[in-house]
Design a binder for this molecule. Structure first.
Ligand code: SAH
Length: 351
């Protein structure tokens, strides 16, 4: 039977579990909660009796995520993690060190079923959803890891931009957001959290109603339906205008601007005609465009345009009053892009 994941419980659930199922005092729940925030295992909870730890170990796991391997970029301080889950599945994540603090990129599913043409995470489809404890477990494990390097460091920002489509695992992702924000938990401000979606329109409307001040990133990658459908099968289900309308609704409901992700792909979506069309589609929307030169994925025959093309694209958007920045490439030497590391490891292991 699957073990209980303590990290996936909110404080009320943890207290009920400790008092009702274990017959221990409420105070124990608080002690355990503090250990969980630090990313400790049950064996490390040394202020619990050995007998209680043994009882806990028999039915529960503290953090269902462990860092199996980590790779540090020689180019910048980016560090990539390969995590193991309790059922043997592997996921990955990356922590980027910026001057304003550490940003952790978190996965929400093992694999992905959205089928984007340029993405390594989706090549073998979706294996399963991650639980709230497994999403939070990545934060707890990474936090512990970077703090061991430097006690000043901690995960300050979170981007749900790892493997998986967060809105395709809606309930678990929303529970994770509430857990990570809880004052008695990691207490990370939701203003420092971005959720990236390929554009599951009905779920975008639901998400706008959750009362969570999360920044929405929309993976747009095209100026129109025709090009978008070539890159993203989800565009067949939800046309461009509907996606933009859902973004507009998110801005109105939350008062937060939307970020559009636009991966520039050579000979597909990166000429100035595309920039002009994109600018006219986004006119009047409170938004920002992140331009990302495509990370080449070996399995796909798609590549990034030249640097000049990228700069020209950005300049053209600026000319049309659309704020856009070219995302700095980080960790290029450590399979930094979404899904690349897990894939490489699985391939090398012949799986
Ligand atoms: N499923 C969500 C979040 C995961 S992908 C989404 O689609 O937004 C995180 C971001 O990385 C998305 O914008 C995705 O389109 C982008 N991405 C995936 N593969 C890429 C690649 N090879 N090069 C550049 N960006 C990529």
């Amino acid at each position: 039977m699957d073990k209980l994941q303590l990290l996936g419980m909110d404080r009320g659930e943890l207290t009920r579990f400790v008092t009702e199922d274990l017959g221990e005092s409420k105070f124990r729940a608080r002690q355990i909660g503090e250990w969980l925030n630090r990313g400790a295992s049950i064996d490390e909870m040394t202020n619990l009796s050995a007998a209680l730890r043994a009882r806990l170990n028999a039915i529960a796991v503290a953090n269902p995520v462990t860092i199996l391997e980590s790779y540090r970029s020689k180019l910048d301080e980016t560090e990539k993690f390969l995590y193991a889950l309790t059922d043997g599945n592997l996921i990955e994540g990356v922590v980027m060190r910026y001057h304003h603090g550490d940003t952790l990129c978190v996965s929400t599913q093992v694999g992905c079923r959205m089928g984007c043409a340029f993405c390594a995470s989706t090549l073998d489809g979706r294996v399963r959803n991650l639980t709230p404890g497994e999403i939070l477990g990545q934060v707890a494990a990474a936090n512990r890891h970077i703090r061991q390097q430097d006690p000043e460091r901690r995960v300050h920002n979170i981007v749900l931009m790892g493997s998986g489509e967060p809105l395709d695992n809606y309930d678990n992702v929303v529970k994770f957001l509430r857990l990570v924000n809880a004052p008695e938990g990691l207490n990370i401000s939701l203003r420092n959290v971005s959720l990236s979606t390929c554009g599951l329109v009905p779920r975008m409307y639901d998400f706008a109603e959750e009362g969570l001040p999360v920044t929405l990133s929309l993976s747009l990658h095209a100026p129109n339906d025709e090009i978008r459908r070539r890159l993203m099968p989800v565009a067949n289900a939800y046309p461009y205008d509907q996606v933009i309308a859902a973004c507009r609704n998110y801005v109105e409901k939350t008062g937060r601007r939307v970020i559009f992700e636009y991966a520039l792909v050579r000979d597909v979506n990166s000429d100035l005609k595309c920039a002009d069309e994109l600018a006219s589609r986004l006119r009047g929307l409170q938004c920002h465009v992140n331009l990302i030169p495509l990370n080449d994925v070996r399995e796909r025959n798609l590549s990034a345009p030249t640097r000049q093309t990228v700069e020209a694209f950005q300049k053209r958007l600026a000319l049309k009053n659309i704020s856009a920045t070219v995302r700095r490439e980080m960790g290029a030497d450590i399979e930094g892009a979404c899904g690349q590391l897990r894939r490489k490891v699985l391939e090398e292991a012949g799986r």
